[in-house]
Design a binder for this molecule. Sequence first.
Ligand code: GLA
Length: 427
Amino acid sequence: MITILTIIFVTLLSSSHVLAKTDDGTARTPPMGFLSYTAFDTDTDCDRYPNSCINEQLYKEMADRLVADGFADLGYRYVNVDDRWMEKDRDANRRLVADRKRFPSGIKGLADYMHSKGLLLGIYGDIGNLTCSGTLPGQNNHNTGERDFFDIDAQTFAEWGVDSFKQDGCYEDVKKYDQLYPRMGDELNKTGRHILFTCEWPFFQYVLGGIHPDYAAISRTCHTYRNYKDVLDSWASIDEIIKYYGDYNDEFIKYSGPGHFADPDELTIGNSGLSYDQSRTQMAMWSVWSSPLLISTDLRKLRPEYKAILQNRELIAVNQDRHGIMAKMVYRDNDHQIWVKPMEPVIGGQWSYAVVYLHKRPMGHPIYMSKTVSELIPDVKDNTKYEVHDLFLDDGKEILGTVGKNDRLELLVRPSGSVRMVKLVVK
Ligand code: GLA
């Protein structure tokens, strides 16, 4: 009897799928929304900067714009608060308190506001003692030797109705992240509320700490994970991020999929630092990488051409493809790159593909970039045909032609960080 029971038990154990935190149904496609950091930093001087300091009014006004200007209908639903939303001291029950002057309705009030508009609220914290701005409380507590606050903070966020939690990685020993981030994930899980968990584990551990991150564990714990430096409002920063994603492409592809996406940080489109073409490039790359699309610009002042980039339905569809695959870099030299992302429609086992041609040389006239279909899609079948859809309509029409295995996909691309982006739709 014991033997039979043991066999049944062992069989049950081995056949049962251990659910990761990130299998909880949250972020089946990359999250979309707004995050304040690059555009608004952590300025708290509301007397001098009443329209751009970190306060509840800022997030409410961004929410209003998301809804009124058509972003929410396209999927941009998270409104994410960043650093410096909280008071320096916890309350008598050790709970975090929103800054009383700048967030008079509290985070619960702000979450209610977002939910009343069909939006979601994200909040910010830090795995260490202090948040990254250096003076406000994180989830840990080394100074006093008292208990840490992982459980209390997770419960508080759930009670407030928070939908997403960004946990930064300052003021902590990066060697402990393999234990600490999963613990926070567990505490969020225990609340029973679906809270998207976004962490900076691989960025701090690898780029700053030199320890190769355990991406398998990270992708089980964090729905999205920042793996590189803070994005800045400049082409140099975008170019550096694109290089990094190229360098580690094989590794990142393995750990990108529904429920867990690599996060190259915010979209800086609409600010001062990127040209129109470079803005298209950021949107194209973030789309083929299946990365979170988190807008960081003042939506009250967004120019129409940048709004059009952020609202390009074809690119959003590439980003939101249900398979959540990260593009493969199939070609790179100093001045050019080509990225290919498999996606729907899939017909008879044959996939469709989004393709980005990137031309970086900062001078000269537009040049033709050209590859055969078999160079882009190494396992293409002899008879498969693809209709070529121009996702930015650069030639003024949607369908550019039909190509098969030995045909060339040749596109004229402007210089200085510009892209052409097409979709090869399987026929
Ligand atoms: C770190 C993070 C940023 C931002 C700031 C806030 O630098 O990487 O994304 O949250 O902290 O202080």
